[in-house]
Each structure stands twice: as C-alpha cells, then as structure tokens.
Design a protein around this ligand. Structure first.
Ligand SMILES: C[S@@+](CC[C@H](N)C(=O)[O-])C[C@H]1O[C@@H](n2cnc3c(N)ncnc32)[C@H](O)[C@@H]1O
Length: 297
C-alpha cells in the first residue's frame, strides 16, 4: 500500500505563500507533501527534501526537477546545507510512513512477522533486536514509560528479560506475543503491543532528540515571516512543539520596564488543526494527527 499524506492540502496551503520561495520538507516519505509543494512553485522557487530512509531517498531521486533536491540525511543536520535567514517555510510530518508498517522486513509492525529492526535508516545504527540482547532492564522500563506512556512497562520489561535469558528476541511477532501474553487487560480495542512498539521505535531512531535539535536550527535558517508547519501523531511529539514555541517566561524586577513581546520570536498562526471526518474515513491514521503552524517574527 502507498502512503496517504495526512493533512495534505491544509499544511501546504499554509506553508507555501510565495511561488518563488525556498522550502524544506524535512520528512519526504513517499513525497505526498513534496509533490504538492512543487506543484505550487514557480521556476525560481525551490524545494529541498530530507529523509533518513534509503527507500524514501531512492523514491525522491526519481523526481527530476531542477528546483528539487533530496538529501539522504536526518533533519537534525539542516545547518549543514542552509544559511541563516534563507528559507521561507519548513514542514515536519513526523513519525512513520505506512510503507514502513506494510513492509514486514523493516520490523515496525507488531502484526507482521519480520526482523525486529525498526530503524528508519537501516544502513546505520543498531536494530532493536541487537539492542534488546543486553539492554538494562531499568532502561527498558524507562523507554516504555517515557516514549509510550505504557503503564505496564515493568511487567513488559520483566517478561522481555525472562525470555531473552532463554533465547534472543529477534522477530517482531515474538516481541508482540510476549507483550500480549502478559498484558493484564485482555480483549483491548488496540493491540497490547501498540504503545511498546511506538516507544521502541522512538528510542531506536532517537526521534525526539533529533526533532528538538532540528527545531533549534529551523528557527535560525528561516527568514523573517517564514513558517514552520508541524504534523504530530502523539502527545509526546506535540508537547515538544508546544513547549519549544512557548514564549520564554522571564522574571524581571518589577521596576524594569519590559516589553514581553521582545521575547516572542514566533507567533502561533494555527494550533491543533485536525483531519476532517472525510480524511479520517479514508485514512484512519490521520485521526491522531495534530497540525500546528508558527511564524518567525
Ligand atoms: C510520516 S512520514 C512522511 C510522509 C510524507 N509527508 C508523505 O506525504 O509521503 C515520515 C518520514 O520521515 C522520515 N524521518 C523520520 N525521522 C527523520 C529524521 N530525523 N530525518 C529525516 N527523515 C526522518 C521517515 O523515514 C518517514 O519516511
């Protein structure tokens, strides 16, 4: 199955307001947003897209347009490629693509049997099965709580520990069954491994740290009035965005006159935009998406 771009028109309508502007799509995926951005640009406008995933990168290379370039790199490295105050708009459509979940060999899916990998860039770093071999139990618990809000983190980590003492956990279905078997609530609407798989994926790809450091660079390379459009799929990502753009609270002595606006570097243009019912009906994944838009002042 191909990837359905989420909040496609809504995000690109905000992002592109100058056909001759310079834009970045930090998360190319299968090019849903990138293609629409390109269709809105004139010859002087340009789009640079990023993706860590080698398959996404390869797909991007098939777009032959003079004003388009794809980089096989993490969006945390934007500063390697762009100068300060040079970009008109930056898009982040976070998380995984359906193409990751559909391909069992990538190891993202808890209901398709494949190697327990989960790396966006499977040419770098270590797959989850490797890390799980001797990861500290306390570390596993922390990851499940922090990145998955999994209330049964201790139970799951102990079950992983007991199993790996007998045999290495190498396959997605093995991990998924370990979690399902010990999960206290039976017959839950969502699969008991959902939160754990999300947590391990976020951890193995260093998703939140890379996103946070990318935002630090994004705010510098944007021009004045430039836009950052973010689409997040869970509250952990969304909280990073909200906190990042929250104006700093500075405490000053009462007698020093202070224009609080001086400390506001970004203005929120849209908060908590959600997919329409129509979109949710055709793409269930869009139900959890939250879009926010910020403008550099
Ligand atoms: C939700 S998909 C994007 C889908 C895309 N907007 C589309 O419409 O086809 C997210 C993509 O971001 C990529 N990605 C995740 N973290 C990344 C990072 N730190 N740097 C670059 N790409 C990343 C993933 O590999 C995935 O392909």
């Amino acid at each position: 199955m191909l990837h359905f771009p989420v909040l496609l028109e809504e995000s690109v309508d905000f992002l592109v307001n100058d056909m001759n502007g310079h834009y970045i799509d930090c998360t190319f995926g299968r090019g849903g947003h990138s293609n629409l951005i390109l269709s809105r640009l004139g010859k002087k406008g340009s789009l640079s897209s990023f993706d860590k995933d080698p398959f996404a990168f390869k797909y991007g290379q098939s777009i032959k347009k003079d004003n388009f370039k794809i980089y096989h790199d993490s969006f945390q490295n934007l500063s390697k490629y762009f100068k300060n105050n040079s970009i008109d708009g930056i898009l982040y459509d976070l998380g995984t693509c359906s193409t990751h979940l559909d391909d069992a060999e990538r190891g993202f899916s808890f209901n398709k049997d494949g190697p327990l990998d989960m790396r966006f860039n499977n040419q770098k770093g270590i797959p989850l099965y490797e890390w799980l071999k001797d990861a500290d139990v306390k570390e596993i618990i922390k990851i499940l709580y922090k990145y998955g809000n999994e209330k049964h983190a201790k139970l799951i980590s102990n079950a992983i520990d007991i199993t790996r003492k007998k045999r290495p956990i190498l396959r997605t279905i093995e991990l998924s069954n370990i979690i399902k078997d010990i999960y206290p609530e039976k017959n839950t609407k969502v699969h008991p491994a959902t939160k754990s798989f999300q947590a391990f994926r976020i951890f193995i790809n260093n998703e939140l740290e890379e996103f946070r450091s990318s935002l630090d660079v994004a705010k510098k390379i944007l021009k004045k009035n430039g836009l950052i459009v973010t689409i997040a799929f869970h509250s952990i990502e969304d909280n990073i965005i909200k906190n990042f753009f929250r104006p700093e609270k500075k405490v000053f002595p009462k007698d020093i006159p202070l224009n609080n606006e001086e400390h506001r570097k970004f203005k929120c243009l849209a908060k908590k935009i959600r997919a329409s019912e129509y979109e949710i009906n055709i793409n269930n994944r869009s139900r959890s998406a939250v879009m926010r838009v910020f403008q550099k002042l």
